[in-house]
Design a protein around this ligand. Structure first.
Ligand code: CAA
Length: 299
């Protein structure tokens, strides 16, 4: 017999249409994955048309890159591009079976988004959040049906990182959990089910590593030396590159969330917030290749 809370493919909902809330970098990357792997219509929304258009354009440009690399045919590229649409009207989610958000990492923002989404979707629609460190239970607090909410946490860069953390909150029911697991498999990702604890598994570890790297920087070691010190450990990326990849604003938020949950165990860095205002840590050439540290950031 299947243990309680274990996923069961037989009860997973079939996904025939996907709604994506937020048209930023992360959302655009996973929207592409949904359209490519599930071959179903994907509708993305954001606060204004300019952001929506930018998101749709970035997905279509990635589809074109896949075509130019010979990964998909021209016919497939055209078909995928046609399946992606953008709107500012959440009413377009009415017939979506799966709606996933990647909006600003702020609890009240996510709570409001989901409370509003519930007015627009059918009773069977599964809701997913790509939160990286907030409580899924709290995100679902304003939902009439919190049992349909599940965490579905991607990693940067979405196209290449093989993992999805499927977060089972206390209210998450077996249908939502099973749909998430089946969906992760359809996206060709490895899924792990995690408990709804701050940072889940991966960010809890990364917040420790990156937090201590920032503590070293904030107490006088240069970023260059921190990176050099970490190099022999064989991480795929130096702390500075990982922070840059995740985004300094997101990185600072992740550290804040962990510090708030466990003040004596995690470091928060004011300096990282200042760096986030500056924008970036690393300097890149036109092709995006890292050429060194951004001089302004190191001042
Ligand atoms: N965006 C999109 N694609 C990228 C990319 C990026 N930033 N960086 C690399 N790629 C793609 C390349 O285009 C290439 O694809 P193709 O095979 O289609 O050409 C593929 O990845 C491999 O690229 P490289 O040969 O340059 O690979 P690499 O050996 O330098 O590895 C890496 C790149 C996979 C990103 C590797 O450096 C890595 O694993 N880094 C660690 C990333 C990580 O830890 N991510 C988790 C961050 S935490 C997070 O995301 C959670 C959160 O909530 C904040």
């Amino acid at each position: 017999k299947r243990p309680a809370g274990a996923p069961d493919p037989k009860i997973a909902r079939k996904i025939t249409k996907v709604g994506v809330i937020g048209a930023g970098l992360m959302a655009s990357q996973f929207a592409l994955l949904f359209v490519r792997r599930l071959q179903v219509p994907v509708v993305i929304t954001d606060l204004d048309q300019a952001r929506v258009d930018k998101g749709v354009a970035s997905i279509r440009s990635e589809i074109e890159t896949l075509r130019s690399k010979g990964r998909i045919s021209s016919d497939e590229a055209n078909r995928l591009s046609a399946l992606v649409t953008g709107t500012t009207d959440r009413a377009d989610f009415a017939d979506a079976d799966w709606v996933i958000e990647a909006v600003f990492e702020e609890l009240s923002v996510k709570q409001e988004v989901f409370a509003d989404i519930e007015k627009h979707v059918g009773p069977e629609t599964i809701l997913a959040t790509n939160t990286s460190s907030l409580s899924v239970e709290r995100i679902g607090e304003k939902l009439e049906h919190p049992e349909r909410l599940v965490g579905f946490h991607f990693f940067n860069p979405v196209a290449v990182m093989p993992l999805i953390e499927v977060v089972s909150a206390p209210a998450t029911d077996d249908v939502a959990l099973s749909t998430a697991m089946v969906t992760a498999k359809a996206l060709k990702k490895n899924a792990v089910i995690t408990r709804d604890t701050p940072g889940f598994v991966v960010n809890r570890v990364l917040a420790k590593v990156l937090g201590e790297a920032m503590r070293a920087v904030d107490t006088g070691t240069s970023f260059v030396d921190v990176d050099a010190a970490m190099a022999p450990l064989g991480l795929p990326m130096a702390p500075s590159a990982l922070l840059d990849l995740v985004g300094l604003t997101v990185g600072a938020h992740v550290l804040d969330t962990h510090h708030a949950a466990f003040p004596d165990r995690f470091y928060r860095s004011d300096n990282l917030h200042k760096l986030a205002e500056h924008g970036t840590l690393l300097e890149r050439d036109k092709s995006g290749k890292v050429t060194g540290f951004d001089k302004g950031a190191l001042k």
